[in-house]
Every structure is written in C-alpha cells, then in structure tokens.
Design a protein. Structure first.
Length: 79
C-alpha cells in the first residue's frame, strides 16, 4: 500500500494546461475532476490510517479511482 496522494497534476504532469482548459469548457470533465479528487482523498485517508476501511472497501475505491483516471486520460487524448 502506497501513501502517495496521486494528485492529477502528478498523474498528468504534461497536461496541466489541457486539464485547466477542459475543466472550464466541459462540465462533464469538470465533474470527473471533482469525482477523482473525492475518491483519491478517501483512498489517501485510508492509506494514511486517518479513516479505517476494510481492504475490500479500499480496493473498490482504488478501482473507482483508476476508472475515473482512465476517463480523464481519454478526454485528454481527444483534446
């Protein structure tokens, strides 16, 4: 288990301008960013032992985070 925050700027360092532009232009993309941050914060809090989740709950959150990240990556490729 890593204790890395996995912020979007760390995940997509070369795409900061695209992320900012899409966030303003596309409400669905903006919602993906919010959703990613919410799930990512939950994973990070669990890994840091600030919140106690079962292993299954934490794994489900990681899968959700990965799915959202894939959607963000797909949107960035199209932009």
């Amino acid at each position: 288990m890593s204790n890395t925050p996995h912020t979007l700027h760390e995940e997509f360092p070369a795409d900061a301008q695209k992320i900012s532009a899409l966030k303003v232009a596309d409400p669905n993309f903006a919602k993906l960013l919010v959703d990613y941050d919410v799930v990512n914060d939950k994973v990070h809090r669990s890994e840091s032992r600030l919140d106690f989740l079962t292993e299954a709950e934490e794994q489900a959150l990681r899968r959700t985070r990965s799915h959202i990240k894939d959607q963000i990556a797909a949107a960035l490729q199209k932009a």
